[in-house]
Design a protein around this ligand. Sequence first.
Ligand code: NAD
Length: 245
Amino acid sequence: MLEGKVAIITGGTRGIGLATVKKFLENGAKVALFGSRSETVDKALAELTPVYGEQVMGLYPSLKEESELAAAFEQVKNTFGKIDILVNNAGISSSTMITDYTEEEMDKILNINIKGVFLCSKVAVPYLKETKGVILNTSSMVSIYGQAAGCLYPMSKFAVNGLTKSLSRELAPFHIRVNAVAPGVTGTDMVTSLPKEVIEPLIQTIPLGRIGLPEDIAEAFVFLASDKASYITGDIMQVDGGARC
Ligand code: NAD
């Protein structure tokens, strides 16, 4: 579904991001995965390169430094020839109560979850204008319902939805589509390490009766990135087993 496309996927070293990198590669895309550190990028490449060779590369620019991002995007273009798809997936969650937040924690969450998404999108746009490309963002079910602690996390994901909807309108004249996927509870390291007593009641709240797999989310990204979604823009696609709280 993505033959001939070139994608950048942030937070591509594990979890939903790594599953999306793999699905994009399986579907014929060339992929540049971005991670936070050389060690994690090298680890992901050590798994992927023996199978996909020069179809995959990895970089670790700081998501809050526009100049580092500009250099990284240019390196991807120089290596793969163009950029068709940006997946803004890197993100961190939080469960801190409002009175316990430090300014340091606030900056960390907002820098990755909002500033990083904004800057990557800004840097990507000139490349995407050339290819009539696609921006995809990882939002969350908490961007619709909020959550009972860690308010900066849903706050940041509401911002991601706002950017998605606004950019879909701003960039439509350039034939750039902008969508988000809002995962429900998804079985990445963070969730699978929870004890059974926490997981079981959680599953009871999901109509489809199971926690999502990273691959469930990755399939939605493949579809939205592909030409099969050529008339879809400004959507926040909920991939959450029907969970509504
Ligand atoms: P994860 O912790 O397994 O992966 C997070 C990714 O973000 C990693 O690849 C990491 O390298 C990257 N990252 C974190 N800090 C970074 C930094 N400072 N600079 C660059 N990259 C950084 O988590 P995940 O569950 O795979 O989450 C991926 C996305 O999905 C996030 O945006 C998250 O908010 C969203 N999400 C996850 C769930 C879930 O239940 N797992 C639900 C809804 C939304």
